[in-house]
Design a protein around this ligand. Structure first.
Ligand SMILES: Cc1ncc(COP(=O)(O)O)c(C=O)c1O
Length: 237
């Protein structure tokens, strides 16, 4: 992985070495690293998926917040299961996701599997979402969330002006490299009561020591001035 997402040569060699049945990718706002694949990278990945005849699970929880993103599903539709959760771009309480399958036969297999495991969304929520998608409400909500996320990213950028971190301009979270000796309690103390959530990861996505995923979607905007004091009082590097 790097800032443009999965590295094609590494995907290619992993496919050669392990011959997987399927590959799982988050091409837009990868969680937690925030990496987003540009179109050229998506085309390369699609070509590798096709060449190795693997299935692709495209997790598109955030795709609606990046208007320029071209889903891998549109580049290699015959091999892709495309999952679009509405939690991040409309409302988590809906508990509704949309799934596009490579073809009708695979849709039928999937529907049977879901029915067998008794997983189903609440019908009323599905009816509501369907109406919102048809009458333009969904588009308006997505637009409002996109604007709010972008405004919060700008606030965070002002606060973190001295720090290196990864972000997408419309993303719900940032990914902050931390020093090796960073104590977990530091981030707890730092974020407590501010509505800015932090999640320390125990692994490194980019070779740097233990980055921290930090989300601020749930922070009241009024709390924003406090963000500054909290961050600036800490030395991150
Ligand atoms: C990339 C990604 N996919 C899926 C999910 C889960 O979505 P949902 O809450 O709709 O199950 C998340 C939640 O953080 C996510 O970041």
């Amino acid at each position: 992985m790097e800032e443009n997402g999965i590295i094609p040569d590494e995907l290619d060699s992993a496919c050669r070495q392990h011959a997987p049945m399927a590959v799982y990718l988050i091409p837009t706002f990868h969680n937690p690293s925030t990496a987003t694949m540009p179109l050229s990278r998506r085309k390369e990945v699609a070509e590798i998926v096709r060449r190795h005849e693997v299935l692709l699970f495209e997790d598109d929880a955030y795709g609606q917040l990046e208007p320029n993103a071209v889903p891998l599903a549109s580049l290699v539709p015959e091999r892709t299961y495309f999952a679009a959760s509405l939690s991040k771009c409309i409302a988590p309480g809906l508990r509704v996701s949309l799934l596009l399958t490579p073809d009708q036969a695979s849709a039928e297999v999937l529907v049977s599997a879901l029915r067998a495991s008794v997983q189903m969304p609440a019908f009323l929520m599905v009816a509501l979402v369907t109406r919102w998608l048809q009458d333009g409400s969904a588009e308006a909500i997505i637009g409002a969330i996109l604007n709010e996320s972008s405004a919060r990213q700008k606030l965070a950028a002002n606060v973190l002006v001295q720090h290196a971190y990864s972000r997408h301009p419309n993303g719900h979270h940032i990914w902050v490299p931390l020093p090796r000796n960073w104590a977990k309690r530091s981030s707890r103390r730092m974020f407590k009561g501010k509505g800015w959530l932090s999640l320390r990861q125990n692994y490194s996505a980019s070779g740097k020591a233990s980055p921290m995923r930090s989300g601020f979607r749930s922070a009241p905007r009024a709390a924003a001035p406090n963000w500054s004091g909290r961050w600036s009082s800490l030395r991150l590097h």
